[in-house]
Every structure is written in C-alpha cells, then in structure tokens.
Design a protein around this ligand. Structure first.
Ligand SMILES: Cc1ncc(C[n+]2csc(CCOP(=O)(O)OP(=O)(O)O)c2C)c(N)n1
Length: 383
C-alpha cells in the first residue's frame, strides 16, 4: 500500500505569514526548520531576517521591530533554545508585561516516539509542558497545508486578541525540503575535522578537551577511534550550546595542574560571548580556547553566522586572554600548536570551511559513560 507523505511547502507557509502581515523574522537555526530558514535567507530581504546570536536575543530583536512598526514578527528556534528565550518571553513580551504580539516557530526535537540524540530526549518530553507552564498558547503545526492555514488564522486571531506570543510547534518532516541556489560559503583551506585532528595529535598526552555541541564533538570522537586513542580525556558537551567554554573554565580553575582545551564553534561562541569575558577576567593559566570558525551553523544546515564579520581574537584579547591568534592554513596551525610558549589563557581562532564527512558517525557511549570515564581519568584512576 502506498503511504501518502504530506508536507508543507515553505513558499506556501511564507506566503501565509506575509498575508497575515508578518514580514520580520529572527531566530537561531534548527535542522527541523532548515528549509524555512533557507527560504528566509533567500527571500526575506535586507533587515527583515536577522539570524540572532541566541534565542533570547531573537525575542529582543523581534520586540524592537514591533515597537518600530506595530507589526507581528516571527521568532524561530529549536526547542533546545526555549531556555534562552524564557526570560524575554515572560518578562518582556508577556501579556502581563509589555504585551508584544509574537508568532513563535519551535522545532520539536526529541518528540516522544521519534529517535533522537540523548541531549534532545528530555527537552522533547517537556516541550509542550513548558509552553503550558509559561501560559503561552500553542498548537502542533499540521503537515497539511489547508489545516496549517486554518491554524495560522487561529494563531493570529489569538495574538491580536491577547497582544502576546503564540507558538507553533513543528514536528520532524513538517516542511518539505527546499534547496536554495548555492549561497557562497566562506572559503577556507582546512576542514574542521582536519584541524581537530592536528590539534589532538600535537597536544600533550594529559591535555583535557571540552568540545562543543554538533559535528565537532562527533568528529573528535571518531578521530580518537581512528588513532586508537581512548575517549577518557574528552568531555563532549553534546547539548548546552555555547556553554562548553564555561564548562572548561569551571574545570580549569579547579585543576590548575592539568592543561584544558575548549574546542568551540563560532555559532556557539557567539551564543554566549560573555563567557569570553569571564575567562579573560579569571585568567586560568592552563586554559586554551580554540574556536573553529566556519562562519556557519554547520551542524543544523549551514546557515550563516556573523563570526566572519567580527574580530573574535580582538574581543578575546580585550577581554584579558593572554594571547589571541587567527590561523588560516594548516602550516600556520602547525606552527602555532608547536609554539609551546603561547601563554594561556590563549585564544586560537581557526578558519575552517563548512561541511563534514558524509559517513560521520555518532558517539557510541552514553553521556553518563562519557562523564564517568572523564572523571576517572582526572581523578587519576585507571579507565
Ligand atoms: C540553545 C540551542 N540553540 C540551538 C541549537 C541547535 N544547534 C545545534 S548545533 C548548532 C550550530 C552550531 O554552530 P557552530 O557552533 O558554529 O558549530 P558548527 O556546527 O558550525 O560546527 C545549532 C544552532 C542548540 N543545540 N541549542
């Protein structure tokens, strides 16, 4: 029997939004919203689509847009980002405060009954409960265009009536694929994986690694396998985007005798850029912060970040890191890594290109197993 697969086309959905008067969009990309994000990047126009550094900032940007225009903006995010948005949703946009009308579009990773990564399971289970608790009305977006159109009518009716947010929750495969014309990607000589390989192969045997969410942690895991090394020196921060550097700082301060490297992404570093200031102020002499800058949210579809337009090294230097360098070629990277005297806390920005190996796997150990072997290694016990 033929199974009929229904999906919403993003141009249809976008037209519905425009017809309801929504023409400003801000958010942090999500793999489930990949086609919608790609459509916005190509069609929303200048100053009408801002990829925000974090989900709370997206609510702020949308609120500012509303103050300027009186119109209803849309804020999109993965459900992992709800936590970042809770404060401005409840203390700025909420009906009990400034009453900012907003349409929220939430990618529902980890929905019960779907297979997903460990970091999405709990978030998926509590997603609807979180909106209930925030008393933000919501519905799960239908994958049928006629039903979705009715849901949108109702959502806008509620937003207009309450002058406050309404959320559309988006299941996996709700939006049909949309592949935009090739968007020029920032050029770079190195891949992220080859940079990570060079870093781990040139590091001291006792160097501890705190790696960021997404592909970087998966590549680090597979590279350890490839080189027959164990995983006990690596803490893979599989969720908690933007907090790997804080985990590294917390660890480095308590274990000054151990060298610690944070392997960060540019999107993740931007998400909680204030953490650079915390590292600069604490100045742990054992911490090295490496940002793999591909100018993109590569792990969720390659949407652009602003990291290639700003001077991350300059920010780190101004924050108080002892040394900050940017490297563009493998030769430069090798030189820097061999330069034992690069005093810590050091900041190394590595320009890498977008993309990953097609057969890249996922860690086989669970987060608790990862944590336990990491802690045993630090405690000096045999793993
Ligand atoms: C708070 C939060 N928002 C959004 C996401 C979805 N997400 C997972 S990985 C990722 C992109 C990370 O980009 P970057 O740090 O630049 O690393 P890259 O994927 O490019 O290697 C995003 C947006 C998330 N996991 N958590």
């Amino acid at each position: 029997m033929e199974v009929l697969v229904t999906m919403i086309k993003v141009d249809f959905f976008y037209r519905q939004l425009i017809n309801h008067g929504t023409e400003f969009f801000s958010g942090v990309p999500d793999s489930l919203l990949k086609s919608f994000c790609a459509w916005l990047t190509c069609h929303a126009g200048k100053n009408k689509h801002i990829i925000a550094v974090n989900e709370g900032a997206a609510v702020g940007l949308a609120s500012g847009y509303h103050l300027a225009t009186g119109k209803i903006p849309l804020v999109y995010m993965q459900n992992s980002g709800i936590g970042n948005a809770v404060n401005p949703l409840l203390s700025l946009a909420d009906g009990d405060v400034y009453r900012i009308p907003l349409l929220l579009l939430i990618g529902w990773r980890g929905e019960a009954g779907t297979r997903d990564e460990p970091q999405h399971i709990k978030q998926g289970k509590v997603t609807l409960d979180l909106f209930d608790a925030m008393k933000i009305p919501f519905c799960v977006l239908s994958d049928k265009e006629d039903e979705a159109a009715v849901q949108l009518d109702e959502a806008y009716r509620r937003i207009q009536k309450d002058q406050s947010p309404f959320a559309l929750i988006v299941r996996k495969d709700t939006f049909a694929p949309y592949v935009p014309d090739a968007v020029p990607a920032p050029e770079a000589e190195m891949s992220r994986e080859s940079a990570i390989e060079e870093i781990i192969l040139s590091s001291a045997p006792e160097e501890l690694f705190i790696s960021t969410t997404g592909m970087a942690s998966r590549e680090l895991y597979e590279l350890r396998e490839k080189h027959g090394q164990g995983h006990e020196k690596d803490f893979l921060t599989v969720g908690s985007m933007g907090h790997a550097s804080s985990v590294a700082l917390g660890l480095a301060l308590q274990k000054p005798e151990l060298p610690v490297t944070c392997l960060d992404g540019d999107g993740a570093a931007l998400m909680h850029l204030g953490s650079l200031a915390a590292i600069g102020a604490e100045r742990p002499a054992n911490l090295r912060h490496i940002v793999l800058n591909n100018g993109a949210h590569d792990s969720v579809g390659g949407q652009p970040t602003i990291a290639r337009e700003i001077d991350l090294g300059g920010i780190a230097r101004a924050a108080g890191y002892t040394e900050a360098v940017t490297v563009r070629t493998m030769e430069e990277l090798k030189n820097i890594l061999k330069e034992k005297k690069l005093p810590r806390p050091s900041f190394i920005e590595i320009m890498v290109r977008k993309g990953n190996r097609k057969d890249l796997g996922r860690p086989l150990s669970s987060p608790p197993e990862n944590k336990e072997s990491f802690m045993r290694f630090i405690a000096g016990e045999k793993t």
